[in-house]
Ligand binder design. Structure first.
Ligand code: URA
Length: 260
């Protein structure tokens, strides 16, 4: 209230054409009989404080952003991405890696971002990690008596352009590109999503928890169940064999949930 009164007061003086005011300070010398105390006059410009307004929070968590635009489709999303220049990842990419697979898939796998092979071909998970993913999907499905090939699922990444040196995508890159992933998921409406690695988990669930904590249990993106598991690149390292077994368990769970 004090602030508002001050604002009105200053506005009034500004309307009168007064651009600065003098602030009278207290006397700086002892007052002796017959001595006029020195008084400092400080010139202060009239600066009208803005009315105080309380803004609503501007940062809406990605997972709560509005649903996809009316009549959205994978084609429209890919057209909207166009020759994307929205972030620095465009500078060194060869091909935008949009996504691949069955557009009506009941299961979507989400990775982190394209590597060198994917960047060259424009298709996700075609390099070494991709071959392992394909083996895992097809091998586990076959063992579990589920007739499923890689072409039956949909595969996409959080970022559609290869990060230089395969570095982890930065938060702004994930945010900018994540909107397209979310539209893809909205259009496909799978029965479940499998997030491969911590970048995918972070983007989809908005969490900072690591894969070890998240894996093996169901989470949700909007109303769609999400299973987090290890990224296939992690499983390629020879010392991560326990993780390999756990990944197979996670995948089995996902496949039975989706296809039984
Ligand atoms: N790693 C990913 O996360 N995505 C790919 O497409 C390839 C490797």
């Amino acid at each position: 209230m004090e602030r508002e009164r001050l604002r009105q007061f200053l506005e009034f003086y500004q309307d009168l054409g007064i651009a600065s005011l003098y602030k009278r300070e207290a006397a700086t010398e002892a007052v002796l009989p017959g001595v006029i105390p020195a008084v400092i006059h400080e010139v202060i410009p009239v600066v009208i404080p803005e009315p105080v307004t309380v803004m609503p929070p501007t940062k809406i968590p990605e997972t709560l952003l509005p649903l996809a635009p009316e009549g959205d489709s994978l084609l429209k999303i890919s057209q909207d991405i166009g020759d994307c220049r929205r972030c620095r990842l465009c500078e060194q990419r060869n091909k935008i890696v949009f996504g691949v697979g069955n557009e009506q898939a009941k299961l979507v796998f989400v990775g982190e971002g394209p590597g060198a092979d994917e960047d060259a071909q424009g298709i996700p998970f075609v390099g070494r990690a991709g071959q392992l993913l394909t083996q895992m999907i097809e091998g586990t499905a076959a063992k579990e008596g589920i007739p499923l090939k890689r072409a039956g699922v949909y595969i996409a990444n959080v970022v559609k352009c290869r990060p230089p040196e395969n570095r982890t995508p930065q938060p702004d890159e994930m945010e900018i590109c994540g909107q397209f992933l979310f539209r893809q998921l909205e259009v496909i409406q799978p029965k479940a999503i499998c997030a491969l690695g911590s970048t995918a988990a972070k983007a989809i669930l908005g969490t900072k928890e690591g894969v070890t904590k998240l894996r093996g249990n169901w989470h949700k993106w909007r109303d769609i169940p999400v299973m987090v598991t290890y990224h296939p690149s992690y499983l390629l390292r020879p010392y991560n064999q326990d993780a390999k077994r756990e990944s197979w368990e996670d995948l089995k769970k996902v496949l039975h949930f989706v296809y039984d």
